[in-house]
Design a protein around this ligand. Structure first.
Ligand code: GUN
Ligand code: ZN
Length: 434
């Protein structure tokens, strides 16, 4: 007999990772089912045969032949860098000056260009299976407003902020602390926690882009509301680190610049964190900071090889980011793929299920979403449906795989936006392949 509130059965091959790093937490049900309530929350999970008897009156959304997985979190990506993926430069600082800052200047105001770019940006995330992204907008408040509207309209989850920067950049994208505060307060009051899908992140670009006055203003706002996020870049590249040392001669380290100004906490998301030392790693742990590992970006800019397994063994809160446009793909499968190769170069071991956890269950937990990242009772039904038939090579590898980890390896190498049949948030399709 159907329990109260059940609305629909979802049928397919369920594959997920329920626990983190090296805990072999893969779970698979070959002919599985989820029972959802009307609000798109999961009531039950089990074999289709068992659940269809209990819930015989419910309609079935039948994805037999396809794989149902938790949808992805992308914990670091830049909206105004959508059009500059693959812009080649020797290293980060030259890349910023030569390509990034001029490109970001186009993302100002509310206009057709920004609206279309927002639509394309959200489509790229959705068509790659990402249902929750942590996003840097441009430094402009209006363009950020447009992007929030687009996320709301499309039903994806987002943690988004206007990039704050008031120095060492062209004047058309610099915003002084006073104007920045006006925009920041307006965006927070309009969007932060407007629904359980929309959240604000204070976004000082990185220490070299921010005066002490700007960082102090943002730290004040961060301290005023414990539900706000804060995101920035940290220790990505050697030239950047040397520059920070020059700009902040009194700081003990790059991380100390952020620590001494009140920017570190359990809702702080630091992108990169490649070139660190024992003292700073202890500080990262003490503050419970969330780290976003961005492998395709780190390889593209030659920034360095992230210490993935080492950090995870320390208990650091590691997640995965695409970092488009230094990153070269919107796909978290591709991002996992490159993270795997970085681990190999460092003689570290990260399995496909370790990496899948970083983009799903671990990211949800570290960002504070207790009902996301897994497909189980009391979790929201945020899931992606992969159709193996859309790529014969994927289908072959999935058929030959003998374990959940091998199936995740096949997906990591061959799944892409051609294979994504559907992306769901709270049980509702927010993307369907046409
Ligand atoms: N550091 C400061 N700004 C940026 C950016 O836009 N991308 C990357 N990868 N690093 C940064
Ligand atoms: Zn970045």
């Amino acid at each position: 007999m159907a329990s109260k509130g059940a609305a629909v059965l979802i049928r397919g091959h369920i594959l997920q990772v329920v626990s983190e790093f090296h805990r072999n937490g893969t779970e698979e049900i070959h002919d599985g089912a989820l029972v959802l309530d009307r609000a798109g929350n999961i009531l039950r999970k089990g074999s289709f045969n068992d659940l269809v008897h209990e819930y015989s009156a419910l309609p079935v959304r039948d994805y037999t032949g396809s794989v149902i997985l938790p949808s992805f979190f992308d914990t670091h990506i830049h909206f105004p860098q959508l059009d500059m993926i693959g812009s080649c430069a020797e290293e980060l600082l030259l890349w910023l000056q030569r390509y990034t800052f001029p490109r970001e200047a186009a993302f100002r105001g509310r206009n057709k260009f920004v609206e279309e770019a927002a639509e394309n940006f959200v489509t790229e995330l959705a068509s790659n299976g990402t249902s929750c992204a942590v996003v840097y907008s441009s430094s402009c408040g209006e363009a950020t407003d447009v992007l929030f509207e687009e996320f709301e309209r499309r039903g994806l989850r987002v943690i988004l902020g206007k990039t704050s920067m008031d120095r060492h950049c062209p004047p058309d994208i610099a915003v002084d602390a006073e104007q920045d505060l006006l925009w920041t307060e307006k965006l927070i009051s309009k969007w932060h926690n407007k629904t359980d899908r929309l959240h604000y992140a204070l976004t000082p670009r990185f220490a070299p882009s921010c005066t002490n006055e700007l960082m102090a203003m943002l730290a004040n706002v961060y301290a005023s509301d414990s539900s706000l996020y804060l995101q920035t870049h940290y220790a990505e590249n050697k030239n950047e680190i040397d520059w920070v040392a020059e700009l902040f001669p009194d700081a003990k380290s790059y991380l100390d610049v952020y620590d001494s100004r009140g920017l570190l906490g359990s809702k702080t998301i630091l992108a990169h964190s490649i070139h660190t030392n024992e003292v700073d790693e202890a500080l990262l742990l003490n503050h419970d900071v969330v780290i976003s590992h961005c492998p395709t970006s780190n390889l593209f800019l030659g920034s360095g090889l992230f210490k993935g397994e080492g950090y995870l063994e320390q208990g650091q809160r590691v997640t995965l980011g695409t970092d488009v446009g230094a990153g070269t793909s919107f796909s978290q499968w591709q991002t996992m793929n490159e993270a795997y190769k970085i681990a190999q170069l460092r003689q570290e071991r990260l399995s496909p299920s370790d990496l899948f956890a970083l983009a799903t269950v671990s990211a949800a937990k570290h960002l504070g979403f207790t009902n996301l990242g897994r497909l189980d009772a009391n979790y929201a039904a945020d899931f992606q449906v992969i159709d193996p038939k859309s790529r014969p090579i994927l289908e072959r590898h999935l058929k030959m795989a003998t374990s959940a980890d091998e199936r995740l390896a096949a997906l990591m190498h061959f799944a892409d936006d051609r294979c994504l049949l559907e992306l769901n948030v709270q049980g509702q399709a927010v993307y369907k392949r046409t």
